[in-house]
Design a protein around this ligand. Structure first.
Ligand SMILES: [Ca+2]
Ligand SMILES: [Ca+2]
Ligand SMILES: [Ca+2]
Ligand SMILES: [Ca+2]
Length: 339
């Protein structure tokens, strides 16, 4: 793989804010006012609280973010769905706010809008080899690194933000249905390379400081999906799975707390898990997204988010944008990288 930066012909990504502010200005204002050193995943306005948001997988690549600071809606066009762009928002420049970014699944290119402006195409990924986008801060410099997991071979290719070094690691067995679950499991600030084995429910974690561990946590026959995140707030990602519900009262979150005390279970109805720290207390909140849908008598029911706030124990619901082609942001890596 090679890296191509800022090629002469930039992309056809239109970028505008529908509510009247040019995106470049909006981004710069956010940076100037809200810069902080520790970015919360999914936090576009930089207040330390993740924002609920959606990206339309059809049409013109519309993002719709509900700002946690003022509940205002930020709408930005970024991406070209017809070319297979998928949303990969993350804090690539380390200024404490999530940057709009897409990975182009037809060409293996990344397009990022960060504080420095709009990137050219960064070629990092081979679609024909089944590469999946898995951005995370692997080198621990506070900036998310561009990375892909090669689903055909189990290889990881990481473009480290600190020093522009590239890392290549073999970790994962495609024949055993491994999926990437990168997260900071030991809390040293560097994301671990890890896979969840969909055939057995085992986790294989390769620690950034050396060593590895294997943990059995998950029931593949019940459709468990890995959702690692720091639910107990000790700074280390917890091993966790989300189980699709057959009824709205069925328990569907199973967390193995890294801080001790065994496991945590939670029931929160919804279709897509979107865990993130929405109330900004340092603990990841259980959260789900239910897509918009047509009901025979009711007509179109808009999508909505349900968040169980860890700070208060209260449930918050927020209506989404209303389009049937919208997909939620803050999906776990294993899910987000797959589609
Ligand atoms: Ca926020
Ligand atoms: Ca980094
Ligand atoms: Ca934890
Ligand atoms: Ca929280």
């Amino acid at each position: 793989m090679n890296r191509v930066l800022a090629v002469g012909v930039l992309f056809v990504l239109p970028c505008l804010v529908v509510d009247g502010i040019l995106p470049a200005q909006a981004l710069l204002i956010d940076v100037a006012l809200e810069a902080s050193d520790a970015g919360t995943a999914g936090d576009f306005d930089g207040d330390g609280m993740a924002d609920v948001g959606e990206y339309r997988s059809g049409g013109f690549g519309l993002w719709r973010i509900r700002r946690s600071t003022d509940s205002g809606v930020l709408q930005v066009l970024w991406g070209e769905p017809s070319l297979g762009d998928s949303p990969e928002a993350a804090d690539y420049d380390g200024d404490g706010t999530a940057d709009f970014a897409v990975y182009r699944r037809t060409t293996g290119e990344w397009f990022i809008a960060d504080a420095a402006g709009i990137s050219g195409a960064i070629a990092w990924g081979a679609p024909s080899l089944g590469d999946l986008p898995i951005p995370a801060d692997y080198d621990g410099d506070g900036k998310v690194d561009i990375a892909v997991y090669r689903n055909s071979t189990g290889e990881w290719f990481i473009l480290e933000s600190g020093g522009d070094r590239a890392d290549h690691i073999q970790w994962g067995a495609p024949s055993l249905d491994d999926v990437p679950v990168p997260a900071d499991y030991d809390g040293d600030g560097r994301t671990e390379i890890a896979v969840y084995r969909n055939s057995t429910g085992e986790w294989f974690i390769s620690y950034s400081g050396g060593g590895m561990s294997t943990v059995a946590w998950g029931s593949p026959s019940l459709g468990d999906m890995p959702v690692p995140a720091d639910y107990d707030g000790d700074g280390r990602a917890d091993i966790a799975v989300y189980r699709p519900q057959t009824s709205s009262t069925e328990t569907n979150w199973f967390v193995w707390n890294s801080g001790g005390g065994g496991g945590t279970v939670m029931t929160l109805a919804g279709v897509v898990p979107v865990p993130a720290d929405y109330d900004g207390d340092g603990r990841t909140d259980f959260a789900t997204y239910t897509p918009g849908r047509f009901e025979p008598r009711a007509g179109f029911l808009p999508p909505f988010f349900a968040v169980h706030n860890s700070s208060s124990g209260m449930l918050t619901t927020t209506e989404g944008g209303g389009e049937a082609d919208a997909i939620p942001l803050n999906r776990p890596t294993a899910l987000a990288s797959a589609n």
